[in-house]
Design a protein around this ligand. Structure first.
Ligand code: GDP
Length: 202
């Protein structure tokens, strides 16, 4: 049975004070809206409607928790990068995300979803910066890799990997496709490893 095969909805929160005290460990998924985060979560969990692909800005501010069993949780963070977000909504998002990423003890790793055709946008880098201070691992899924030729995909992977080596040494990266089911085992193995590290660095 895969790590995500028993995933089920646990809770949703909109304020840091409401974060659940579950006593376990969690791995968070972040990404620009439309990058393919919901599709990646659903593909990993082998369920079609676990994480809702929602384009309603009101829903985007929520943090959704899914239980994986054995006191492990997957956390679906609000997508970022909407073109027309009012300043107060954006400020709320920045406060929620940066605080969560920097202070959440239960969090043992961050998965950042990026469209393989447009990786490392400004807000992606901001997420990496917020999290870098924790020393905890980050894994980037360059998704929609099916939209690139093999050569383009390899070039993108190498370019992103070089950038990470220079700026974010705790970060790893791989190609992924929800449509073609590329990279599932690699992603799962990386995340499983985080859950089983004895003491995640803080
Ligand atoms: P989210 O906003 O980050 O949750 O993105 P979604 O998962 O809703 O995906 C945004 C769009 O990209 C949808 O139209 C998906 O069908 C499409 N998409 C997501 N993943 C892939 C993929 O791996 N390959 C292709 N070709 N399309 C994808």
């Amino acid at each position: 049975m895969g790590l995500f095969s028993k995933a089920e909805f646990y809770t949703t929160v909109n304020h840091l004070r409401d974060l659940p005290l579950h006593g376990g460990r969690e791995v968070a998924f972040a990404g620009r809206s439309n990058a393919g985060k919901s599709s990646a979560i659903n593909t990993l969990a082998n369920q079609t409607r676990l994480a809702f692909t929602s384009k309603t800005p009101g829903r985007t501010q929520h943090i959704n928790f899914f239980s994986l069993g054995e006191n492990r949780f997957l956390v679906d963070l609000p997508g970022y990068g909407y073109a027309k977000v009012p300043p107060d909504v954006r400020a709320h998002w920045e406060g929620l995300l940066s605080q969560y990423l920097q202070t959440r003890e239960a969090l043992c790793g961050l998965v950042v979803i990026m469209d393989a055709r447009h990786p490392l946008k400004e807000l992606d880098e901001r997420m990496l910066e917020w999290f870098a201070s924790t020393g905890k691992p980050v894994h980037i899924l360059l998704t929609k890799a099916d939209k690139l030729s093999r050569q383009q995909a390899t070039q993108t992977l190498n370019r992103v990997r070089l950038h990470l080596t220079q700026h974010y040494p705790h970060c790893s990266v791989q190609l992924f496709s929800s449509l073609k089911k590329i990279g599932l085992e690699e992603a799962e193995a990386t995340i499983e490893g985080w859950f089983t590290i004895k003491n995640a660095p803080s």
